[in-house]
Write a protein that binds this ligand. Structure first.
Ligand code: XIL
Length: 357
């Protein structure tokens, strides 16, 4: 090889060593902005790398906003765009919290994934305590979807239209929507969302990541939608998980592939990794947690239909897991003081070495 090339190679290696070293020093001090971040690496790969956002924290915790803007190019409102938050009274719509997130995303050049339009939870009292005929509930659903999607048209172009409609046994969940409207509520929700924003990528979102009766149910549901020409774009795999019983990567891959064969995209939409009830010492637990984050991100990056990797928060300071499970936990990639955990470091490595372009 001519010496000119040898010299170039030496320079490139030196640069890489320098960047990595600087980055390690800098990520340890929250005051200095690191050169290489999860965001910068994801951006270079045109990959959506995101987190759910607690809008209260965004507005009151400066460090939260700093780390959010530095590490992510995609955001999902954790609660701010749900039915109870946006439509608290009949015909009344409140967008202040959602608008605050959209403004932050705009200022930081981030994508917003809207979450969610129709779910059996996060419903306001006027819906859960109301008595509606089928016609009335259809009108309410149409008004809700149309108003929210149109309000964010152009700024939120990805939506979880229906969330968790399949029960753990694989059948359609007996939600209020299903009981009063019937199974057609799903197709209608997607069609109305599409009418309100024809550009939007519309997702069905659920916790059915690997293989089993529930994901079979999701598969049959979305297959039917595709066959009926319903404007569904993709399936969100939530990925709330635990190191006590980690999901099978082979099963998730098989599930992604069968969904992709229908012409659908896939996104990891809500990943977090619980460590509670694991008997191993703390360092080993953190390592197991990092491994799981590593495996899921690597899987997503290696499968072209998987277009986004989103975690359900980024700092243990604001995770929903303790309130959901009743136990302390640390399921995210930054600790409560915004120090990067082993999981953060492995995600950096996975992005750095990914061949995705
Ligand atoms: C959770 C939020 O994180 C909590 O703050 C809220 O109290 C309940 O909802 N699946 C979903 C998310 O689709 O919307 C849920 O978010 C977590 C499970």
């Amino acid at each position: 090889m001519p010496t000119k090339y040898n010299l170039q190679l030496v320079l490139i290696v030196l640069c890489l060593v320098c960047i990595t070293a600087c980055n390690v020093v800098q990520t340890q001090s929250s005051k200095i902005t690191p050169i290489v971040t999860l965001r910068s690496l994801a951006q270079a790969r045109h990959f959506m790398f995101g987190t759910a956002v607690n809008v209260d924290a965004l507005q009151h915790d400066k460090q939260y906003a700093t780390v959010l803007g530095r590490e992510f190019n995609t955001v999902t409102p954790e609660n701010a765009m749900k039915f109870d938050a946006t439509n608290p009274q009949p015909g009344v719509f409140t967008f202040a919290q959602g608008d605050a997130l959209v403004a932050f995303a705009r200022a930081h050049n981030m994508q917003v994934r809207g979450h969610n339009l129709i779910w059996h939870r996060a419903l306001p009292d006027w819906i859960t305590h109301g008595t509606f005929s089928r016609t009335q509930l259809l009108a309410i659903m149409k008004e809700h979807i149309t108003t929210v999607v149109a309000h964010y048209r152009g700024q939120v172009n990805i939506w979880d239209v229906v969330n968790e409609a399949i029960d753990t046994n694989g059948t359609l969940r007996k939600s209020l929507w299903e009981k009063i409207i019937g199974p057609e509520y799903l197709d209608l929700a997607f069609r109305w969302a599409h009418e309100a924003n024809p550009q939007a990528h519309l997702f069905y979102n659920d916790y059915a990541e690997g293989l089993g009766v529930k994901s079979d149910g999701v598969y049959q549901l979305v297959k039917g939608m595709v066959q009926r020409g319903v404007p569904i774009y993709g399936v969100g795999l939530q990925m709330h998980s635990t190191i006590v019983s980690p999901p099978s990567m082979a099963d998730i891959t098989a599930n992604v592939q069968r969904l992709a064969a229908l012409g659908l995209k896939v996104a990891i939409t809500e990943m977090d990794v619980q460590m509670q009830k694991d008997p191993r010492p703390p360092a080993q637990r953190l390592q197991a947690q990092a491994q799981l984050y590593h495996d899921v991100l690597a899987l997503c990056l290696s499968l072209s239909p998987c277009e986004a990797f989103v975690m359900w928060g980024f700092t243990d300071r604001y995770t929903w897991i303790p309130s959901a499970t009743g136990n302390a936990d640390e399921p995210l990639i930054f600790d409560e003081d915004y120090h990067p955990k082993p999981a953060y470091q492995v995600l950096l490595q996975v992005l750095m070495t990914s061949k995705r372009t």
